[in-house]
Design a binder for this molecule. Structure first.
Ligand SMILES: [Zn+2]
Length: 221
């Protein structure tokens, strides 16, 4: 990965924090590479992260010589890349509303048509496992079975995927917004979930929109 690409990744990480998806050094992101993946290091806040500090490693966990320690959630990133060849970038964060749903063990239903960017009609909840473990990675991989581009992690946060990093970030932001809307609906007595037929029409409309693709949340309105 070139320095320019590393720099773009650091900017994406800062953008993630600045847009409220994470705080300080919470949250992590990665991109697939020929050798495996490149991922944010553990314990370094976005504000002070340098492009050279991003960690290059294999999906089996072998870290390059002289590299820092990778994010404690590297298993999660690596296992999803191994299971889903269509995913090239991942964002994991503890954004507030997605985390509220995850703590209440509520998957995110099709309360709004923009859930289409997640590739599924309901964003699933991955079963709880301790942070940083292979168990949590396995749980997330189950939730990413099929074509979904996002999941909630029980009592933890959310994971969003994309064909590229910009796409993964947009999905993470959309998941957070949808979670906030669903939270609001629940607070005033519930909400009406769109039918499978209605969502099929939305998918068709998005597919016909030209440059639209999964993992890209550009609203066609
Ligand atoms: Zn986490």
């Amino acid at each position: 990965m070139t320095f320019k690409q590393r720099k773009a990744m650091v900017q994406a990480y800062r953008h993630m924090i600045e847009t409220g998806l994470g705080t300080g050094s919470s949250g992590n992101l990665s991109q697939r590479t020929d050798a495996g993946m490149i991922i944010t290091p553990t314990g370094i806040p976005a504000a002070t992260l340098e492009p050279s500090q991003l960690v290059s490693m294999t999906l089996e966990g072998v870290v390059g010589e002289g590299e820092l320690l990778p994010s404690s959630e590297w298993h999660l990133h690596a296992e999803i890349y191994a299971a889903r060849p269509d995913i090239n970038a991942l964002v994991h964060c503890h954004s507030r509303y997605a985390t509220i749903l995850a703590c209440a063990h509520k998957p995110l239903p099709a309360i709004h048509y923009m859930i289409v960017v997640s590739g599924v009609d309901e964003i699933p909840l991955a079963a709880y496992a301790t942070f940083g473990t292979a168990g949590l990675a396995a749980s997330a991989v189950s939730a990413f079975a099929g074509s979904g581009m996002a999941c909630l992690l029980a009592n933890h946060g959310q994971v969003a995927a994309g064909v590229d990093l910009a796409g993964a970030l947009r999905v993470a932001q959309e998941v957070e917004e949808l979670a906030a809307i669903y939270y609001g609906c629940l607070a005033i007595g519930g909400g009406e979930v769109l039918s499978a037929d209605a969502m099929a029409e939305v998918r068709e409309a998005f597919a016909g929109y030209g440059q639209q693709r999964q993992g890209d949340s550009t609203d066609p309105r």
